[in-house]
Design a protein around this ligand. Sequence first.
Ligand code: PLP
Length: 427
Amino acid sequence: MTYDKSQQIFETAQTLMPGGVNSPARAFGSVGGTPLIIDRGEGPYIFDVDGNRLIDYIQSWGPMILGHKHPNVMKAVQDALEKGFSFGAPTEGENELATLIIDAVESVEKVRLVNSGTEATMSAIRLARGYTQRDVIVKFAGNYHGHVDSLLVAAGSSAATLAVPNSPGVTAGTSQDTLILTYNDSEGVKQAFTEHGDRIAGVIFEPVVGNMGCVIPSSEFLQTLRECTTASGALLIFDEVMTGFRVAYGGAQSLWNITPDLTTLGKIVGGGMPIGAYGGRADIMNHVLPAGQVFQAGTLSGNPIACAAGSATLRELRDNSPYDKLDTLAETLASGLASAAQSAGQTCCVQRVGSMMTLFFNPGPVNCWEDASASDTEKFGQYFWGLIRKGIYMPCSQYEALFVSAAHTEDDIQNTISAAESVLANI
Ligand SMILES: *Cc1c(COP(=O)(O)O)cnc(C)c1O
């Protein structure tokens, strides 16, 4: 395998775009080396510009749950293209996608379509603040909700206190209305509500974390979040941008049997086109302009092509539910990776929910950011590059989840396990 063309193109890209990319994770910063430049995808595979074929476990970071170029999604997009790209006026396709979302996600009675997961979370917290007329948003260390200023924060020096900016450009003023807590720490949540409850507008969190690697909430933690928010009049926001239509058709909330007030969606709901959505109880959603007073708008929101791709993807997931197949393939992969690591004498743990999982170079269990950040990221980098050379494209960071798609075959999974056995034995 050679990567000459990728390297050449990336060199040019670095003169054109900051770091050569349009989203930082793509630059391979945490595993070293230069990224592969992708030419095309087909089912579970992607092909780089040098002609290398790779089994794809990134799937555009989640959206491609049906694999690349699913025929029904292609057809829906082609039909939509024939009608024109965007009108800035209502189209019937928006009703279709909204209906699919409302029927699938039990807590969502009304939904607003936006253009990205970031827009969805930004709008949901604005709505939570507008609805409750309070200022403070609670988030958890290691959870990612897009690049919303007030959520780009890190824990301050004392635990469970007001946040500090973790990006230049985020002002102290913005971050001071965010409270940052430890994931799976029920006591910390209770204490925060005791101290600040009457100022808290909402709690936003990932109901299965993907963005510090795959981390699973305890039922006690979930219960505490629901009870504390209800008791204080704050809104509970499930950020299901990654988990929605991924861990189950009804999202993580259908697995955990906890009903959020608001839900944010993205990734799979666009089937690979740029889209996001936020929704929830009708009486809360009716506070959004023009039904209510909370401002939120978008020139391209509800874009016809994106709606067509999203609706075709959701219809396929609803009508030919691949979730049992995904679970079986993912279980095979998870146990294969775990035993490969064990045979090779590596200290690892695999954490999985449905078709998302992470192999942590860490004895585990990983329950929060402090646990996750103790992983051996240098080893992870060696593992990542070892697999690339064997034609396996894993997420390029220890702190991401890998995804299995409905297009992956048993053979793809077995080939991945064999490759991992050999890589793990030699790092
Ligand atoms: C990807 C992601 C986002 C951000 O979505 P973008 O479309 O990248 O803006 C927000 N929340 C979670 C949980 C995500 O995984």
